[in-house]
Design a protein around this ligand. Structure first.
Ligand code: ATR
Length: 277
């Protein structure tokens, strides 16, 4: 008797640009595991039907991306504590007996990337200056607080969004005005851009970063280009920099291992593959 080949995918709209199929395909192939991982373009109105039907077709789980991350959380039978805290899901695993568990691995991916790329760095090293207050910022805030960051100095163009994150995550989060980089960077250990500024086709990151010091670690979630103007500015001031591609790779690891029973590795070879056109 042959067992059904496990399927997984990424649900989004649009989803054609997603590099997750390439990544999971690489892991399946390099570990010689049976399975397929496919992009699934799904309208918001169809999401519940699609998620209900998938396990009947052999899907063991799926990633979800924009614009489905909140709806996927809302429809879950089980929710992990971190997905609950972040308020969005990106990794769903179908459960025996119906329904799915919703997890969020974005914060994990962010943290694992830093921990692996800068082994003597720790979130507890000192205050974190964090730009942006969107969905990615929420996941990163959660991961950094869990990992022991003593203080997060949060700046966002729309201050109200930063205020609402601070209200959700408690007194270790302090809101500063967008542009108040002097006080935000003073004595900080880690500097993080979670805005889309600096991404190819988006406006430049043009805040004053002269407060960045050599002992700081700077990272950007933007990875097109790999070395963003934000990271270049940090590197010019002697800071260590970690690019954002690793976050994308690491956020995929827990789902892959869970669904396909593998041991996904983030390697230079995988990075090369993901950067290829
Ligand atoms: P994501 O889920 O990737 O975080 P998002 O929720 O759309 O995406 O958040 C995008 C982030 O980039 C926000 O912090 C946004 O600031 P606002 O909350 O003020 O919109 C920030 N951002 C986007 N364009 C910006 C710009 N031109 N100047 C400053 N911040 C910008």
């Amino acid at each position: 008797m042959s067992k059904q080949i496990p399927l997984a995918g990424v649900i989004g709209n649009p989803v054609g640009h997603s590099k997750s199929p390439r990544m999971h395909g690489h892991w399946l192939e390099s570990q010689n595991l049976p399975g397929h991982y496919v992009p699934l373009e799904v309208d918001a109105q169809d999401l519940p039907d699609v998620l209900a039907a998938m396990p009947r077709m052999g899907f063991v789980g799926t990633n979800v991306t924009i614009p489905h991350k909140e709806a996927a959380l809302a429809g879950a039978r089980r929710v992990t504590p971190r997905a609950r805290a972040i308020g969005a899901a990106n990794t769903l695993t179908f459960l025996p007996g119906g329904g799915y568990e919703a997890d969020n691995t974005d914060g994990y991916g962010f943290y694992a990337n830093l921990a692996q790329s800068a082994q003597d760095w720790a979130a507890s090293d000192g205050p974190v200056a964090l730009f942006g207050a969107g969905g990615a910022a929420r996941a990163i805030l959660h991961a950094m607080l869990e990992a022991g960051a003593p203080e997060i100095r949060l700046m966002n163009r729309t201050r109200a969004r930063a205020e609402s994150l601070a209200a959700a995550f408690g007194p270790r989060v302090r809101v500063l005005d967008w542009g108040e980089t002097g006080p935000a960077l003073a004595g900080a250990a880690t500097v993080v851009n979670t805005t889309s500024l600096g991404m190819a086709g988006q406006p430049a990151f043009d805040l004053d970063l002269s407060g960045i010091r050599p002992e700081m670690l700077a990272t950007d979630i933007v990875y097109t280009p790999l070395e963003t103007p934000f990271l270049q500015a940090a590197a010019r001031r002697g800071a260590r920099i970690v690019d954002g591609l690793g976050m994308l790779l690491w956020q995929g690891v827990p789902g892959f291992n869970r669904w396909f029973g593998g041991d996904a590795q983030v390697t230079p070879e995988l990075r090369e593959l993901m950067l290829a056109p």
